[in-house]
Structures are given as structure tokens and as C-alpha cells.
Write a new protein. Sequence first.
Length: 330
Amino acid sequence: MLFDGTAFAPRSSQRYIAQLDVSQANQLSLRVDGDIISCDLQYADISAPLGKLPVKFTFPNGWVFTVERTVSVNQWLASNKRSSLVDKMEANGLAWLLSALVCVGVVLSLYFYVLPWTSDKVAKAVPSHIAVSLGDKILQSLDKSWQESKLSAEKQQKIQKRVSQHLTQLEALPYPIKLEFRASDMGANAFALPGGKIILLDDMVALAEDQQQLDSIILHEIGHIYHRHMLKKLVHSSLLSVGVALLTGESSGVVDNLAGLGVFFLSNGHSREAELEADVFSKQAMLSLYGTSQPLAEMFERLQEQYNHDVPEWLSTHPDFEQRIQAVSE
């Protein structure tokens, strides 16, 4: 049996039209440029078959012969036990399906178990001064579009003092809490930053009918700090972005956009879980401080009225308000 292919002389890139004679048992004979180069099969290095890539025969004296995959080549490889595991799996539909399922299972396991576990461990390992510095830089960036609070210094100090008193009755937190008051046209909102800073917008203060309602929102943000949600989200999103980039295998504009969109959707799920966790913290704190969590439910109702947009839950970074109101009211 003769295989038609291409030969390369030792330490040379010059190509030769050649034939490989495999008709003799345990013997290879390369016919190239009028010469015959032979060797025992056991001394030849034959590349493992992979997909449709050419098969490479390397002779002990340095000659290399390459041949495209054909039926006869595949039969010879199989008869000489040179078929690779990949070849066998490609030829076996069940094995291919099982491999695909295993791959999907590994990816899902990494996302649902390994990624959250890693994010949690990394977030807890970040030194406090780094988390505080990161929060400062984020606030500096946000201040480019925000304004100074219009609340009086007296009112700000009153809220600060009340929160400081609450903190003495709560579980120990990973960072000291510092309230920052700002004004913005984005409506009633509050944010927790890495390192213990809580941003309270003027509209949120105005939305609260009494101090209990306002405290319930501040305690919700303290819940984010208690669980280190902001750091976890930063680590989670960073690892997820790297993972998506590795899976796509390229960095073209289209792929980058799709990858970014996928990371956005997946990170939203992570954010909704964090919001519910912060809700539980606030509810328990309100029960401990005021004996009721109803002010938190009332604030969610007021926020629901303000943000009454038809945004699907899967597109929102926060859970459905009805779900949250029911949970904190029970």
C-alpha cells in the first residue's frame, strides 16, 4: 500500500513529492527523489491522529513525510493501533455526546460553585486598606457627575449619629461605616462602596417619611458591606470576563460585545442574590433595633411607585419589588 504525500529532508524546508510504502509488515519505506529510505516501524515517530490534520511520519535520520487523512490512511492507522483517543471519540456518537455533556457540566459547575466560592475567598483576603482605597477611587469617579448634598449639616450629623448608635448594637462589620451625602438627578437611591462607604442621595432621604424608613435603607446598604458584596461582585465580574474571553478565543469587536453582554446578564443574577441577602440583614437589624421590619417594606413600596418601569426581572440588577416586600413583611 502506497500513500502519496510530501517529504522534507532533514533540517530543510524544501518540499518533495513522495510516496510512503507501508505494504511490508513492521516496515516503512519512503520513496523520494529516486531514493528509498527505510526503517522499522517501531523506530518511526508517527503523530497522533487529530481531526482532519495531516499525519506526520518522522524517520530516525530526520526525514519527515506528511500525508492527508484518507480512508486507507485511517485503516492503516487503526490496524497498527495508531488511532488516537480523539479519533475514537469522533467516530463514536455516544462518546461525543457524553463529552459534550461533561464539558457543559464542568462549565456550569465552575460558574455556580467554583466562581462564587473563589469570589468569596478573594474578597475576604483583600486587605482593609485596599478596599477603603478602592472605595475612595470609585467615589471620586462618581463625584464627577454628582453634586454636593443640599441637606443641612445638622440633618446629616443627626443621621450619622443615629447610624453610629445602631452600629453598636449590630454584629461586627469588616470596615468602619461612613455615610456620604450627595445630590443627583437619578432619583432616590443609595449605594454601598468597597471599604465601608455608603452613599445616600438626597432624594432617598426625602422619600422616607420617617427615620425608621430611612434607617431600613441604610441598614440594607450596611448588609452589603457586612457580606462584602461589592468586592465579591468586582472579583466575580473580573473572573467571569476573563473566562468568557478564554472561551471565545478571540478579541474581535463583535465577540467582545457579545462577551460583554453575556457577562452583564450573568452578573445581574449575582446582584439579585446580593440584594436579597442585604434585605435579610436589614430585616433582622430592624427587628432588633425597632421591633418591626415594616418600615423596610414601606420603603420598597415607595420605591416601587417611583421606579414603576416595565423592565423584565432578568434585565434588572434588583429582584422584583413584590417579592422583596413579601419577604421582609413575613
